[in-house]
Ligand binder design. Structure first.
Ligand code: NAD
Length: 93
């Protein structure tokens, strides 16, 4: 299970697509401030994708995504761009 913040945006959506094509489950967390729900809907056709709307600046929103998706152990994989709001966290199996 991969969590991608900013996944409805440019870099995040391409990242999500690659993970989905690799057969991994993906959770996109995005405020939709700049991203598009249509992008998320398109990505859903590529694999097992969940979308959670939330703001990284809101502590409760962040806690909510971890509660919902039961990420137990978190591993920061990579900060994928110069954008501060796109990152991935992978849940260990
Ligand atoms: N066609 C192209 O070549 C193209 C298109 C778009 C962007 N770019 C480039 O890509 C780079 C930017 O891409 P990006 O993916 O970082 O930006 P982006 O704006 O496309 O994506 C950022 C995502 O983060 C979300 N977001 C922002 N603040 C948030 C918050 N507080 N909580 C949760 N989500 C939040 C936005 O809603 C958006 O979906 C720039 O260098 C830009 O020039 C290129």
């Amino acid at each position: 299970m991969i969590l991608i913040t900013g996944g409805a945006g440019y870099i995040g959506s391409h990242t999500a697509l690659n993970f989905l094509k690799s057969g991994l489950d993906v959770v996109i967390f995005d405020s939709l401030e700049k991203g598009h729900i249509e992008t998320v809907e398109t990505l859903k056709k590529e694999g097992n994708l969940h979308f959670v709307k939330g703001d990284l600046k809101n502590y409760e929103d962040i806690i909510n995504v971890f509660k919902k998706k039961m990420f137990r152990e978190k591993e920061l994989l990579k900060i994928l761009s110069s954008s501060y709001n796109t990152l991935c966290i992978r849940r260990r199996r």
